[in-house]
Design a protein around this ligand. Structure first.
Ligand code: GDP
Ligand code: GDP
Length: 425
């Protein structure tokens, strides 16, 4: 499988890189802000031009070392530019600054194809000044209003022509959990490189950051939804809205629930777990910070968490994002679940399993013995099934439905798959 070409968006703060990035991706993976230097993280996403042509688009927080770019971020930026196939420098229509000139000079040293984007062109703009940067291809756009963005797309793909890319559907997954449990650290450990800025402060990373990569013969898209944070005024209650927003930002993803082994499972952990069961297609639990637990207590901690989160029924991996212990099991487990979910479950087997469960524990509803007539796949991933029976759907006890779900899951070895079933009339 060939790698997608990498196109970077570079430029000084506030010229509209994030706005352009969002416009191109048509998804809000990156927070748009007017405070210079707010965008410190590297945002990355797959931009599809046609069905079979796509690029990886990277929004760089900056390229020059200075007030708003640490040495670490500078080095990362440089590495990404070195790997890139095309550099898009963004400047503002109102005129060039000396920083723009320094950036252009710096970028040209990489000897990559370049495009200059003059952004915020809502009216007529004289482009002659902009040629002084020495970049031949200039496009005037308004990222905010979407003007000329298609021309920019065409120009990008004329510069990296002849390359056809067929990227299979990536396995999309998110990392969920309370603040400070180690979500960013786990993301880092999975990516095996310092791409996210890990911090000790709760709620530092507010956006959903996307990162695509290939591993285990699959392409993956990691959505780092560090937006899950707690509102102080709620005390231990969770800011449910921000959780739902983070989760609903994703389409049929898989979820990793991160739990901090050095403290007890909290109410908040459980709330996030139930949201994941409702929203994601499949999930696993990563019990993090194993390195902080004394050897003699490992078994107790593991069993306590397992029992506190029994309702989640997901593979549980005990490891450490910091030391890397068992991190490799995360993607292996996700891959297994994904393949199982995508290929294994058919209507016939599930119908049979439901009928078997009913025959093992028959119930009577309004003097009628429950008979399963048929089922319908509402959605394959997440797996949602409607059941038709000989009784009124609202009279089937919730506890019986739970029994059916649990039995079917056990019977068909669906540990970690979030099976949803409902009786329908
Ligand atoms: P970045 O720091 O380069 O990522 O810049 P942002 O995307 O955060 O944009 C900085 C500011 O410029 C924000 O207030 C945007 O709304 C604004 N902006 C972005 N694109 C345009 C545009 O095409 N026209 C105008 N007038 N403003 C824009
Ligand atoms: P997030 O808020 O969930 O993204 O958590 P972070 O990844 O920012 O981690 C919060 C803190 O826990 C940081 O100080 C990390 O260094 C620390 N941390 C993360 N994983 C581990 C681990 O496996 N072991 C230990 N000892 N500390 C960890």
């Amino acid at each position: 499988m060939r790698k997608l070409p990498i196109v970077v968006l570079a430029g000084r703060a506030n010229v509209g890189k994030s706005t352009l990035f969002n416009r191109l991706l048509k998804q809000s993976y990156s927070m748009v802000s007017s405070v210079p230097g707010t965008t410190r993280d590297f945002h990355e996403g797959i931009f599809r031009y046609t069905d079979s042509t796509a690029i990886t688009l990277v929004d760089l927080p900056g390229v020059l070392e200075g007030d708003y770019l640490s040495e670490l971020a500078f080095e990362k930026s440089k590495k990404i530019i070195e790997k890139s196939d095309l550099i898009v420098q963004v400047v503002e229509a109102r005129g060039l600054t000396s920083t723009d000139e320094e950036i252009a000079l710096y970028l040209r040293k990489f000897n990559k194809p370049m495009i200059l984007v003059v952004n915020k062109c809502e009216g007529r703009v004289d482009l002659s000044d902009f040629y002084s940067l020495g970049i031949g291809d200039i496009v005037e756009i308004s990222a905010y209003h979407g003007l000329n963005v298609y021309q920019l797309e065409d120009l990008i793909f004329s510069k990296i022509t002849g390359q056809k890319f067929e990227e299979p559907t990536p396995i999309v997954f998110g990392i969920f959990g309370a603040p400070n449990v180690g979500k960013s650290s786990l993301a880092n450990a999975i990516l095996e490189e310092e791409r996210f800025i890990v911090s000790d402060f709760a709620g530092t990373t507010r956006e959903v950051v996307a990162k695509s990569f290939r591993r285990l013969g699959k392409s993956w898209l990691l959505l780092d939804s560090a937006g899950i944070k707690r509102r102080k005024s709620y005390d231990k209650e969770l800011d449910g809205l921000s959780v739902s927003r983070s989760i609903s930002a994703m389409k049929a993803p898989m979820g990793i629930l991160v739990i901090d082994a050095s403290r007890l499972v909290t109410h908040q952990d459980k709330r996030i777990a139930s949201l994941m069961i409702e929203r994601t297609g499949a999930s696993i639990i990563f019990l993090n910070k194993k390195d902080l637990i004394p050897h003699s207590s490992l078994g107790v901690v593991y069993n306590n968490v397992k029992s506190d989160l029994k309702f989640m029924d997901s593979p549980l991996i005990f490891g450490s994002a910091l030391t890397g212990e068992s991190v490799h099991l995360v993607l292996e487990n996700l891959k297994d679940l994904w393949e199982k979910a995508m290929t294994s479950y058919n209507k016939k087997d599930i119908l049979e399993a439901i009928r078997k469960a009913v025959s093992l524990r028959p119930i009577t509803v309004e003097n009628k013995t429950l008979i399963i007539r048929n089922i319908r796949f509402e959605s394959k991933f997440p797996l949602e099934i409607d059941i038709k029976s000989n009784v009124r759907s609202d009279l089937v006890p919730k506890s019986y439905l739970r029994y059916l779900i649990n039995t079917v899951k056990k019977d068909l070895d669906m540990k970690g798959i979030n099976l949803r079933m409902e009786f329908k009339d």
